[in-house]
Design a protein around this ligand. Structure first.
Ligand SMILES: [Zn+2]
Length: 164
């Protein structure tokens, strides 16, 4: 075999193996995507199992001992969410119709959707705010006291250095 024959054979071999490698990379990427999609499915199914277990727990059914801790934690989270939603509604000055869940202005007397009579929610009591103001005023007095003491000390220090 001549040198050039050998060379051309080598070149075509490397080209082939490079092409094979790149097609393998594509294949590997596809397979990794398949793995991810199967893992996503598994996670959704795990979540579904969890929801089934939790709905039994919240319906008061007997739940296996090993799920109880997680179910209790989920209940706490749901209570927290309820509480946060209430706080948001208070900030937005809205309320929820207890019979249909429709969002209403805080001072609505009837639900605009189902017509149910609404409980009148009084705005945040102003008495509490006044007492807050008093508290901050006391704190300010304290701050001023400490500041005066400090400045007295500084003056003392300065006078001492002057004497020296
Ligand atoms: Zn309603």
């Amino acid at each position: 075999m001549s040198f050039f024959d050998n060379l051309s054979k080598k070149v075509s071999n490397t080209a082939k193996s490079a092409a094979k490698k790149s097609s393998n990379l594509v294949e590997i990427a596809k397979l990794n995507m398949n793995i991810s999609s199967e893992e996503d499915k598994i996670n959704k199914l795990y979540a579904e199992i969890g929801k089934i277990a939790y709905s039994s727990y919240s319906a008061g059914k007997e739940v296996p001992e090993e799920y109880k801790t997680q179910c209790e934690s989920i209940k706490t989270c749901l209570d927290n969410i309820k509480n946060f939603k209430k706080q948001i509604m208070a900030l937005k000055q809205i309320k929820e119709c207890p019979s249909c869940g429709n969002e209403l202005e805080i001072d609505a007397v009837f639900c605009s959707k189902c017509g149910a009579k609404q409980e009148i929610i009084k705005p945040e009591n102003s008495e509490a705010k006044e007492s807050d103001k008093n508290d901050t005023a006391e704190e300010c007095d304290k701050c001023e006291d400490t500041q005066e003491e400090k400045s007295d000390n500084e003056q003392d220090d300065e006078s001492e250095t002057e004497v020296e």
